[in-house]
Design a protein around this ligand. Structure first.
Ligand code: AMP
Length: 302
């Protein structure tokens, strides 16, 4: 098993879907990733920042789930990162209604001494400058650096983003963002262009149409589970990333075989996420439930 460090937003989200609205619930990329990865490897070391409005019970819940929060700073003079999004009937697309960076705008990540022996680094969604600082502040290069990002950063922080992309091994990105980043419609061409930017391995998520893994010239595809209920897709991408890196850290391997399995675990965890609002779908899952979901995925394609 390898040590796993993750960085990403820990936030409040207001989410509206055709099924209802939830105000200021626990969210953030770092939250979804670390909660999910904790099913595979404990502790998951988290680097993030929250504000004076953050609820202690949420931090306590994360700690109880197996997340080491000693790298989560709490700022007394600022508010937590806040994001509001709205989904319409086609749940593959959403509008961002509001992004308030608050504490994320000035975040200066501190890596605790106990985190420095890092084997696997998951750079979740947040400012690319901070993602790069985390890489720079580790004493040695991890075995694998995986990165996620989103349209917000692609639209306005392209230079910083390209610097980090040039320093990671795996980029996880959704299809719309892959096209936005490269200007290419074909995902095969887009993946090749991303390879040229730095990462040898590219994962392109296609929402309800599954996900593609481009691994050193080989391609693997995993479908999404056809679900009766898709209640709230928020965090599905981060949950996928948490399952993906969690399985890799648990296996302590970066082989094609391990990454193919990691794609299945990521997709299985994401299928739990979308069934409920916010993080609710990924809390209190048993190993048996997770393995049963993975079996369902296998039976879909066999
Ligand atoms: P996903 O649905 O996987 O793309 O992730 C949604 C989560 O990302 C939400 O919980 C938000 O709090 C968080 N988020 C949204 N915008 C940003 C951003 N610009 N930087 C960091 N995290 C964000």
């Amino acid at each position: 098993m390898g040590n796993l460090l993750t960085v990403g937003s820990v936030a409040f989200d207001t989410i509206e879907t055709p099924f209802g609205k939830a105000e200021r619930i626990l969210g953030g990329a770092g939250t979804y990733i670390s909660l999910t990865a904790s099913y595979f490897r404990k502790p998951v070391q988290l680097v993030s920042v929250v504000g004076n409005d953050f609820r202690q019970r949420d931090l306590a819940m994360m700690e109880e789930a197996g997340i080491d929060i000693s790298g989560v700073q709490q700022k007394t003079d600022e508010k937590s990162f806040f994001w509001a999004g709205k989904y319409f009937n086609d749940m593959n697309h959403r509008d961002t209604l509001e992004t308030q960076l608050n504490v994320l705008g000035t975040f200066d990540p501190v890596i605790p001494e106990s985190y420095k022996d890092c084997d696997y680094l998951m750079l979740g969604n947040l400012s690319p400058a901070v993602q790069q600082q985390v890489i720079d502040r580790l004493p040695s290069r991890p075995k694998l650096v995986v990165m996620d990002t989103m349209n917000f950063w692609i639209s306005s922080f392209m230079d910083d983003l390209k610097t980090v992309i040039g320093n990671v091994d795996v980029l996880i990105i959704n299809e719309e963002e892959a096209r936005q980043l490269t200007g290419q419609y074909s995902l095969v061409v887009a993946a090749r262009e991303i390879n040229a930017m730095g990462p040898n391995i590219v994962v392109i998520k296609k929402g309800e149409h599954g996900a593609l893994l481009f691994y050193h010239g080989q391609i693997f595809f995993v479908p999404a589970l056809p679900l009766e209920v898709v209640f709230d897709p928020t965090g599905a991408g981060d949950t996928f990333a948490g399952g993906f890196i969690g399985h890799i850290a648990r296996k302590d391997s970066t082989s094609f075989e391990t990454m193919k399995e990691a794609m299945v675990y990521g997709s299985a965890m994401a299928s739990f996420c979308v069934e409920k609002f916010g993080v609710e779908g990924i809390l209190n899952r048993s190993n048996e439930e997770i393995e049963n979901r993975v079996k369902l995925f296998r039976s879909l394609v066999q």
